[in-house]
Design a protein around this ligand. Structure first.
Ligand code: SF4
Length: 1001
C-alpha cells in the first residue's frame, strides 16, 4: 500500500531508446558505461553469460564494477531491468547500491530489484506461505524479539536439568544465537536431532572403553540432544504462534525453492541475471539460496574479497568466495588488483599483514598483492606506543588537531577502534582538543543516556519501590534532582529501611519531614505525579502506550521535536520505542510487568549489536569508528588505535551453546570460529586499507586498568620490525583535563541532516501535503507516534483481505473461520479507548470480513491477477515505488486497480466522489501507465466497513494535477521546506499537536 518516488537523480544520458512503456527515454551508451574502467574492470563489467567470480580487494573499484555491470546488462540489451536481481547484506548497502545504479541507469530503467538476502527471502516466504505450511502473513521476530520469545517459553523447550535456567535471560540469548547459527548453516532441527541422537548412541556404546572419561563424553552428547530437541520445540512454538524469525527468512526460502520446482522455474524466468555484492559475507543458507535461484544458464556475478571477510562471528562462511568457485566450477574468475585508493607504503604494510593469513586461510589460489595506482609522495606508515590509553588518546588528539590547524579537513580524518567501548578516551581527548567528532555509537543506541533514562522510567513504573531505578529516573531530565537535597532524602530512606519512593510520597503529604529547596520540592511533586500516573496506566494498558504517555507528559517528546534533524538522541529514543513495541508484540500479555524481564536483557547491550547507529556522512568532524563500521569508507588520514595484545586482536569468547560438533556432523562449513585470529587480522587489514594518504598505528600498555599488555602481533607483521618506542605522557595534568571534558555528543557537534529520501511513500506525500511540519516531525526527526486504534483496525483488515486473495489465486479461498483467524492474528490491543471500544471494533472488522467474503463468493469473479503487487516507476524527475492492493483484468485484458480502505462510506455516490478525488488512485494510475504504457481502465476504492465501492476511469486533468502535486511536494522535501500549515481540522487529528508550537486551536 505504499507509493514512493525517488528524488533528485542526475541523468547519465547519452541517447534515446524506447522504454518498456513505449515512451522515449534516454539511455546511457555502452561506451559511456565503460568509460574510465581499467582492463580487468572492463572484462568484469562486459562478461557475457555464465557465472563470474570477481575478487576485488580494497580500493579496486568493487562497487563501480557491480553497478556498471547492471547498467551494461541493460544498455547492451542483455536484460530488462526487472530481470536483474542484485543482492547484498544490509539495508544500508542495498540502498547505496540502488542509488549508484540509479545514477547510471536512466529514468524509466530503474526497476532493478536491489534487496538484502533477508528481504528477498522474506518476500518469497510470504508469497508462498501456503506451500510452506505457514499462516498467510507470518509475524517476523527480530533477533532480540526471538530471544524474548524463547525466554517467555523457556520451560516449554524441554531443557530442564542441565542448562543454565538460573539465568534465563542469558540462556534465551544463547539459544537464539545457536538456533540462528544452525539456520544460517542450513541445518534444520530434524537433522540436528538425528545427528545428536546418533552421537549419544555412539557415546554410550563407547562408554565402557572410555573408563573415567565416559561420563564427560556421554554428558556432552546428552547436552547436544537437549539442544537439538529445544531447537525442534522452538520451531514448533514459532509455527503455533504464526511467527518466523530472522533466520527463517532465508532458511524457509531455501526449503521452498528446493522442494517446489515450479517456484524455482518461475524465478529462473523472472531473474535472468543475479548479482551479489560483498560475497565474502555470505553464509551457507544464502549460498544454497543462490544455487537454487540461479537458472540453468548460471548468470551469476559475485563480487567479494576473502581478505575482507570480517563477519564470521555472525555466521558468514569461512572461504565464501572459494565456495562460490567450487559451486560454479565453470565460473570465469577475474581479480581486480589495481588499488586506486591508498599510497604504496600503506598497501605494502597491509599486504605484509594479510600475508600472515596464508597459513590458515582456505585459499585455493595464492594471494597476489595489490598494485598501488597512486605512487607519488608516499609517506611511511608510523607506529607509536604509549604507557596508557589516556596518553595514546591525548597524542592522537594533538596530532589531528595540528593537522586541522594546517587546513586538513576534519572529515578526512578517522580514528578507528576495535570496539565501541574503546572509543570513549579518544572521543574525550578529541573534544578536549577542540575537534568535532562523529562516532559509530557508544555500545549501541540502547546504551545511550537517553535510552537508559527511559529504561529507568519503565523499571520504576513497573516497580517504584526499586530505589536504584527511581534514583536513576529522579536524577535525569526533566526532574534533575540532585545535590544535598537528594542525599538527605536517600539518607532518610536508608534510616527508615524504606524505599525512596515512600519518602518522596511522604514529602508531598507532609512537607515538614525534610528541609529541601523549592526546586527539589517541585521536582519531587512532578516525579511522583508522573510515576503514579504511569503505574496506573501500566496496570491497564500495553507497555508501548505507557512509554508514549511518559514521553508526552514529561515534555521529552516536545524537546525531541526541537532537536536537529538526524539527531542521535532522537534516534536512540525512537529505537527504544521500537524495541518496546517489538518485544511487547510477541508476549501473550503486553503489560509492563511482563515486558520488563525482556527489556532488562536488551539493556545489558547483548541484544542490540545488530543495530545500525545511523548515518555518518556528517559535516566536518573526525570520525571515531569501529573497524567494522569503517568498512566501505575511506579517509585521507587513518589512525588505527589500541593495537595491543588482548585488545586487537580481541580474545574470542566461547558461545554459550556451541554448535561445532553439530555443524561438523552435518558436513556444513563450520565458519571461521575455528580461526578467530585470522578474522581479527582481516579486520586490521580492513582498518588499514581505509587510509588514502597516511596511516598511523598506535598502541598502549594499559587500558581500563588492565594489566600491562604487549604490542599486538599485527604490528610486527605489518611493519616488518618490532614496534617502537613508548611515548611518555608529557603533561599528565593536561591529559586529565582533556579526559575530564565531557565528550560532545556526536549530534551536538555535528548534526547529521539526513538527505532527502530517495523514496516517498504515499503516506509521506500525503503527510507533507497536509502539513510539511507534520511530515518533518514524523519522517525527518523520526518522532514516535502513539498507537492508534484506526491503524490497528485498518492493518488487520488489510492483512486478512490480502490473505483471502492469495488463497483465491491458489484455488482454495479461505474458509470464514480461517479468514477471521488471519484477522485476529494481525490484531493488536493498542490505542483503543477502552476494552469495550476494542471489542466493538474487533466485532465490526469480523462483520466486514464476513460480508466481503460472501460478496466475493457470490460474485463468482475470477481471482485477482495480482495481490499486494510492488511497482517501481519513474514519473517526471522522481521515482514512484509502491504496492497495489489488488489488480484485476477486465474485458479485453484492461487493468482495474483496487485500493482497500477500512472506512465507512455509506453509499456508492459518495464512494465514487472519494475515488475521483483520491490522489493515491491518481498516482497508482500514473504508476501503471509508466509501467505498462497504458492507463488502467478503472481505479477504485473499496470501503470494507460499509462494503461500498467507488470506481472511476482515470481523468487526464486530475492525473496532471496529481503529477504536479507530487513534483511540488518532492521539491519541497528536497529543499528542506517544512513550514507548519496549521488548520483546526488537520491539527485536531495531528499526533504532534501537543508539542507543535504552531498548532491551531
Ligand atoms: S499541529 Fe498542526 S501545524 Fe503542527 S504539525 Fe500538526 S498539523 Fe502541522
Amino acid at each position: 500500500m505504499t507509493t514512493a518516488l525517488a528524488l533528485g537523480r542526475s541523468p547519465a544520458v547519452v541517447r534515446s531508446a524506447e522504454a518498456a512503456s513505449g515512451a522515449p527515454v534516454a539511455l546511457a551508451t555502452v561506451a559511456a558505461i565503460l568509460h574510465g574502467l581499467d582492463a580487468s574492470q572492463r572484462r568484469a563489467v562486459t562478461h557475457g553469460d555464465g557465472p563470474l567470480v570477481v575478487v576485488a580487494g580494497p580500493g579496486t573499484g568493487k562497487t563501480r564494477v557491480i553497478t556498471r555491470r547492471v547498467a551494461w546488462l541493460i544498455a547492451a540489451k542483455r536484460a530488462r531491468p526487472a530481470e536483474i536481481l542484485a543482492l547484498t547484506f544490509t539495508e544500508k548497502a542495498a540502498a547505496e547500491l540502488q542509488g549508484r545504479v540509479d545514477e547510471l541507469v536512466p529514468y524509466g530503467y530503474a526497476d532493478v530489484m536491489t534487496q538484502t538476502f533477508h528481504a528477498f527471502g522474506d518476500r518469497l516466504v510470504r508469497d508462498h506461505a501456503f506451500e510452506l505450511g505457514l499462516p498467510p502473513e507470518p509475524r517476523l521476530l527480530s533477533r532480540p524479539a526471538a530471544a524474548g520469545f524463547i525466554r517467555e517459553r523457556l520451560y516449554d523447550l524441554g531443557l530442564e536439568g542441565d542448562v543454565r535456567l538460573g539465568d534465563p535471560g542469558r540462556t534465551a540469548l544463547g539459544l537464539a544465537e545457536a538456533f540462528g547459527r544452525a539456520k544460517q548453516a542450513g541445518l534444520p532441527a530434524e537433522r540436528m536431532e538425528a545427528h545428536a541422537g546418533q552421537a549419544l548412541a555412539e557415546a554410550r556404546r563407547a562408554g565402557e572403553s572410555l573408563g573415567e572419561g565416559a561420563a564427560a563424553v556421554i554428558g556432552a552428547a546428552e547436552r547436544r540432544v537437549a539442544l537439538a530437541r529445544a531447537y525442534a520445540a522452538y520451531q514448533r512454538l514459532l509455527l503455533a504462534a504464526g511467527c518466523i524469525d530472522f533466520g527463517d527468512q532465508v532458511a524457509l526460502a531455501v526449503r521452498l525453492l528446493e522442494q517446489h520446482p515450479e517456484v524455482r522455474r518461475a524465478l529462473h524466468e523472472r531473474y535472468r541475471y543475479v548479482l551479489v555484492d560483498e560475497f565474502q559475507d555470505t553464509d551457507a543458507a544464502q549460498l544454497r539460496l543462490l544455487q537454487a535461484l540461479v537458472g540453468p544458464q548460471g548468470n551469476l556475478t559475485v563480487v567479494g574479497d576473502e581478505d575482507q571477510a570480517i563477519y564470521g562471528f555472525r555466521g558468514a562462511l569461512d572461504g565464501a568466495v572459494q565456495a562460490a568457485r567450487r559451486t560454479w566450477p565453470m565460473a570465469t574468475a577475474i581479480t581486480l588488483r589495481r588499488n586506486y585508493r591508498s599510497r604504496r607504503p600503506i598497501l605494502a604494510a597491509a599486504a605484509r599483514l594479510i600475508a600472515c593469513n596464508d597459513a590458515v586461510d582456505a585459499v585455493d589460489t595464492p594471494r597476489r598483492p595489490l598494485i598501488a595506482h597512486r605512487r607519488a609522495r608516499p609517506r611511511p606508515v608510523r607506529c607509536e606506543g604509549f604507557a596508557t590509553v589516556e596518553a595514546e588518546a591525548a597524542w592522537v588528539a594533538d596530532t589531528l588537531a595540528a593537522r586541522a590547524a594546517t587546513g586538513q579537513p576534519q572529515r578526512e580524518m578517522a580514528v578507528l577502534v576495535r570496539s565501541n567501548r574503546d572509543a570513549q578516551p579518544f572521543l574525550q581527548a578529541l573534544n578536549g582538543a577542540g575537534l568535532a567528532t562523529r562516532s559509530s555509537g557508544g555500545g549501541g543506541l540502547l546504551n545511550r543516556p537517553e535510552s537508559r533514562e527511559l529504561l529507568a522510567f519503565l523499571r520504576a513504573a513497573a516497580d517504584p519501590a526499586s530505589t536504584l531505578d527511581l534514583y536513576a529516573l529522579a536524577t535525569a531530565e526533566p526532574y534533575r534532582l540532585g545535590g544535598s537535597d537528594l542525599t538527605t532524602l536517600l539518607e532518610m530512606a536508608r534510616r527508615r529501611h524504606r524505599p525512596l519512593w515512600d519518602v518522596l510520597r511522604e514529602l508531598i503529604a507532609q512537607p515538614g519531614i525534610a528541609r529541601v529547596g523549592d526546586h527539589t520540592r517541585a521536582a519531587v511533586e512532578r516525579l511522583v505525579d508522573d510515576l503514579e500516573a504511569a503505574c496506573e496506566v501500566a496496570h491497564r494498558r500495553p507497555a508501548p502506550e505507557v512509554l508514549y504517555d511518559h514521553l508526552r507528559r514529561s515534555g521529552r517528546l516536545a524537546r525531541l521535536a526541537r532537536q536537529p534533524d538526524g539527531d542521535v538522541s532522537v534516534r536512540a529514543v525512537v529505537r527504544l520505542f521500537t524495541v518496546v513495541r517489538d518485544q511487547a508484540a510477541v508476549l501473550p500479555d503486553q503489560r509492563l510487568a511482563f515486558l520488563m524481564p525482556h527489556l532488562d536483557l536488551l539493556a545489558d547491550g547483548t541484544g542490540d549489536d545488530q543495530e545500525d547507529d545511523g548515518p555518518l556522512d556528517a559535516p566536518d568532524a573526525v570520525a571515531v569508528l569501529t573497524a567494522h563500521k569503517a568498512k566501505g569508507l575511506e579517509f585521507s588520514l587513518v589512525v588505527v588505535t589500541g593495537l595491543a595484545e588482548g585488545r586487537f586482536p580481541v580474545r574470542s569468547r566461547a558461545a554459550p551453546f556451541e554448535l561445532t560438533a553439530e555443524l561438523e556432523d552435518a558436513e556444513v562449513v563450520a565458519g571461521p570460529r575455528a580461526a578467530p585470529h585470522a578474522e581479527e587480522r582481516r579486520l586490521a587489514y580492513v582498518a588499514m586499507t581505509r587510509a588514502r594518504d597516511e596511516l598511523i598505528l598506535t598502541w598502549s600498555e594499559r587500558a581500563r586498568g588492565v594489566r600491562i599488555a604487549r604490542p599486538s602481533p599485527f604490528l610486527a607483521e605489518a611493519l616488518d620490525h618490532a614496534p617502537v618506542r613508548l611515548h611518555q605522557v608529557v603533561d599528565p595534568g593536561a591529559a586529565l583535563e582533556a579526559l575530564g571534558t565531557p565528550p560532545a555528543d556526536a549530534a551536538s557537534t555535528s548534526p547529521t541532516p539526513p538527505a532527502a529520501p530517495r523514496e516517498l511513500s504515499f503516506s509521506q506525500l500525503d503527510s507533507y501535503l497536509t502539513c510539511p511540519r507534520q511530515y518533518c516531525y514524523r519522517y525527518v526527526t523520526g518522532l514516535p507516534t502513539p498507537p492508534h486504534h484506526a491503524l490497528v483496525y485498518g492493518s488487520a483488515l488489510h492483512a486478512a483481505v490480502a490473505a483471502y486473495h492469495v488463497s483465491e489465486r491458489r484455488g482454495h479461498p479461505l474458509s470464514e473461520a480461517t479468514l477471521l483467524e488471519a484477522f485476529a492474528e494481525h490484531w493488536q490491543s493498542e490505542g483503543f479507548l477502552s476494552r469495550t471500544h476494542e471489542e466493538a471494533r474487533f466485532a465490526a472488522g469480523q462483520a466486514a470480513l464476513r460480508r466481503f467474503r460472501e460478496d466475493r463468493l457470490a460474485s463468482g469473479a475470477p481471482p485477482p491477477t495480482a495481490v499486494e503487487a510492488p511497482f517501481s516507476v519513474t514519473i517526471g524527475e522522481d521515482r514512484l515505488r509502491g504496492r497495489y492492493d489488488r489488480v484485476d483484468r477486465g474485458p479485453g485484458g484492461v487493468a482495474i486497480i483496487t485500493d482497500y480502505k477500512s472506512g465507512d462510506v455509506p453509499d456508492g455516490r459518495r464512494a465514487r466522489q472519494r475515488a475521483r478525488d483520491s490522489l493515491q488512485l491518481a498516482l497508482y494510475a500514473l504508476a501503471h501507465q509508466a509501467e505498462t504504457g497504458a492507463l488502467p481502465a478503472l481505479v477504485q476504492l473499496y470501503f470494507l466497513t460499509s462494503n461500498t465501492v467507488g470506481a472511476v476511469a482515470p481523468d487526464l486533468g486530475r492525473l496532471q494535477r496529481a503529477r504536479a502535486r507530487l513534483t511540488a511536494a518532492a521539491g519541497g522535501i528536497r529543499r528542506g521546506e517544512f513550514e507548519a500549515a496549521p488548520d483546526p481540522a488537520t491539527c485536531g487529528g495531528c499526533p504532534f499537536r501537543e508539542i507543535c508550537p504552531a498548532a491551531a486551536a
